[in-house]
Design a protein around this ligand. Structure first.
Ligand code: K7E
Ligand code: CUA
Length: 672
């Protein structure tokens, strides 16, 4: 983009830019690699693996897309906060408790920021965390199964956007409220915003599966909180959060929250805060939140309610929280691999401001303050600023690092990635991206040890990049080579949902830990059938339990009679295969539900309430063998009060075994 265009755009007014510039700006004239050069760099031959796993948030689809890089191939969709009919997640009875919240069953959310667990500040490949932005929650995905195994709701918060960034030691992940609200929430006039609305920062214990919980919450001024990142190295023990709307507007924020020249980055010494909490300085505040966890042996989720949290007012812990003035409604806050530089992304600012941790520490020592807000000292801008990247482009949002002394910032409005040098703050390269980039991602690029080979641009607007598919197009990601002095565009690929942030790491850190099947012998599912001899049918009042086995290529039982209108049928289907990637599915005609997909060694339960008498087929939905199409059965449904006995057939072999063991009869009959 030439200087005239940029000047014209600057004078056109921010609102107009945000609304309309993105597509109009299509930079040209850049030297492009030949197709042959580029193809070689992203080509992964058939049968070979990608070098990196990349985890892209799905935004409003509530899921995570797992991609291989450099190919851009979609490897898996991991459902997190949204029901997924493809896997039955959120539809089968085992996983439904994952969506329990203080607001009841919430089967959707908006995922923004995947965050890999870290050891000593480096992604370790154990877990991936991601936030739910709407009904504030944090999920843990286990990277041995690529499944969501834990979800914690965040109380006293409204919008969990600055989340779930980790501390380098992996002890905590954080969540800051996007919207300020009354804390505790209460029925008050909205115009009492300044008096009644507050923000909260939550530190969440995250280092032990099944034990995620709110360690403590910090009561904050009534601003909006946007993003966060932990310090590392010299700044280890600190956390940085961006704020906007320091104007405390509660209407027409587009205008009213853009008035101040500077908002703040809140710098919190969380170790000091932790000590204050341990010293009894926090209050026990009322809260209502859920913790949902999948037991690794039964693979059944349970939901537990909690009703209080430790809440600390920064006034009760002096010296642990400071505000750093930062231009202008900052969005991202990113800490470089050394831990010295804290980069703000002032989305409406004309520079990229960089704070120095050394200067910050000195400024605190020397009390270089410029007033305070709610007892929180404001540091002088000049006392903490290390430098400003001048003329970086328009709309700086997010910054990642390559570990070689360079930073890469996404420019939403001018649709480009800008590469600049830490310390000199000079822009050294620009790469146009198509169009309107949000986050960008370098594998390990927010950690102590970036694997700085690629940067991935995640773009908000697609327009003419792909074959048209009606009014809505898939979002577009672009892979860029950053090994040389100049960035090189390699690949466009479409993504699922609307990725915000992403994380990636070398495939070698995960791939050999992947679980191939669940051990049937270790299953503690209450309705597991470990062999066909254990299959059968039973009635408790109006509930019929069918214990069913799925194995290539039949179900046991496959004929069921005696179900009546008014019954609720629970099909507990166990896939007894003990082999990698052999799944079975289960679907019943007319079920008001998704199918089940049952992994090897797993038991999944489908709830079915038949409405009309008749005979209903069920079948396997996952093409599992040559005789997959034979994998079927029937359920006979009779009118309420009928005298048809409750019967389920099992195989003759099972019947013989059962008789010998005198355990379960081959067909359990319940006469009515
Ligand atoms: Cu910039 Cu939610 Cu991190 Cu979108 S956020 S881009
Ligand atoms: Cu089992 Cu198809």
């Amino acid at each position: 983009m030439n200087t005239n265009v940029r000047t014209a755009v600057l004078t056109a007014g921010i609102a107009a830019i945000v609304a309309g510039f993105a597509y109009a700006c299509r930079p040209t004239g850049r030297q492009v690699l030949t197709a042959g050069d580029v193809a070689g760099k992203v080509y992964v031959p058939p049968g070979q693996y990608d070098e990196y796993y990349a985890f892209l948030s799905g935004g409003f689809n509530g899921q995570i897309g797992v991609y291989g890089l450099p190919s851009g191939r979609l490897l898996k969709i991991v459902p997190v906060f949204s029901q997924n009919p493809e896997t039955g997640y959120g539809y089968n009875e085992e996983s439904k408790p994952m969506f329990e919240t203080s607001h009841g069953f919430v089967p959707w959310d908006d995922t923004h920021h995947p965050e890999l667990s870290q050891t000593n500040g480096v992604p370790d490949g154990r877990w991936l965390f991601i936030n739910g932005n709407n009904t504030p929650r944090i999920a843990r995905i286990d990277l041995t199964t690529f499944e969501t195994s834990e979800i914690l709701e965040i109380p006293n918060a409204a919008g969990g956007h600055a989340s779930p960034f980790t501390t380098p030691d992996g002890r905590y992940v954080v969540s800051a409220t996007r919207f300020s609200v009354p804390v505790p929430n209460a029925d008050v006039p909205i115009e009492t915003y300044q008096k009644n609305f507050r923000g909260t920062l939550s530190f969440i214990k995250a280092d032990e599966p099944g034990k995620m919980d709110i360690a403590f919450q910090v009561l904050m001024p009534g601003y909006n909180y946007d993003l966060g990142h932990a310090g590392k190295g010299p700044s280890d023990g600190w956390f940085f959060f961006t704020t906007y709307n320091s104007e405390q507007a509660y209407t027409k924020l587009e205008l009213n929250a853009s008035k101040n020249d500077k908002d703040f980055i809140a710098a919190i010494n969380y170790r000091a805060m932790e000590q204050c909490v341990n010293a009894g300085k926090a209050q026990q505040a009322t809260a209502d939140y859920r913790h949902n966890y999948v037991d690794p042996h039964s693979r059944v989720a349970t939901s537990t309610r909690s009703t209080s949290v430790k809440m600390i007012d920064p006034r009760d812990c002096p010296g642990a929280l400071f505000l750093l003035p930062t231009p202008k409604s900052p969005h991202g806050v990113d800490v470089d691999p050394t831990g010295e530089y804290i980069v703000g992304g002032g989305k409406l600012a004309t520079v990229i401001p960089v704070h120095s941790f050394t200067k910050l520490a000195r400024a605190i020592e020397q009390k270089a303050f410029d007033g305070e807000i709610d007892g929180i000292p404001i540091l002088k801008y000049d006392a903490t600023i290390a430098g400003e990247v001048q003329n970086p482009g328009l709309g700086p949002l997010h910054t990642e690092f390559d570990g070689r002394g360079f930073a890469y910032t996404s420019m939403f409005i001018s649709s480009e990635i800008v590469k600049w040098k830490l310390g000199t703050w000079e822009v050294v390269d620009r790469m146009p991206v198509y169009y309107s980039i949000g986050h960008l991602m370098i594998p390990g690029g927010d950690s102590k040890q970036p694997w700085g080979k690629y940067v991935l641009a995640m773009n908000k607007i697609t327009k003419d990049r792909y074959l048209p598919t009606g009014p809505e197009l898939a979002q577009s990601a672009q892979l860029i080579d950053i090994t040389g002095e100049k960035m090189k565009m390699l690949l466009d690929f479409p993504t699922t949902g609307e990725p915000h942030y992403a994380q990636a790491l070398p495939a070698t850190l995960i791939k050999d830990k992947s679980i191939k099947f669940h051990r049937l012998s270790e299953s503690t599912h209450p309705h597991v059938s470990k062999a066909e001899t254990e299959a059968g049918i039973s009635r408790t009042g109006k509930t019929v339990h069918v214990k069913m086995v799925a194995i290539r290529s039949h179900f046991t039982p496959d004929n069921i009679e005696g179900v009546q209108i008014g019954d609720t049928v629970l099909f507990h289907v166990t896939n007894v295969e003990q082999d990698w990637d052999i799944l079975h599915g289960f679907a019943v005609l007319g079920a008001n539900n998704a199918e089940l997909i049952i992994g090897p060694g797993e038991t999944r339960t489908l709830k079915w309430v038949p409405r009309n008498p008749g005979v209903y087929p069920f079948y396997c939905t996952d093409f599992c063998s040559a005789l997959h199409q034979e994998m079927q059965g029937y359920v006979r449904v009779s009118p309420a009060g009928s005298r048809v006995p409750l019967v389920a057939n099992v195989s003759p072999r099972a019947a013989t075994q059962a008789a010998r063991a005198q355990a379960l009869p081959s067909a359990k009959r319940v006469e009515r």
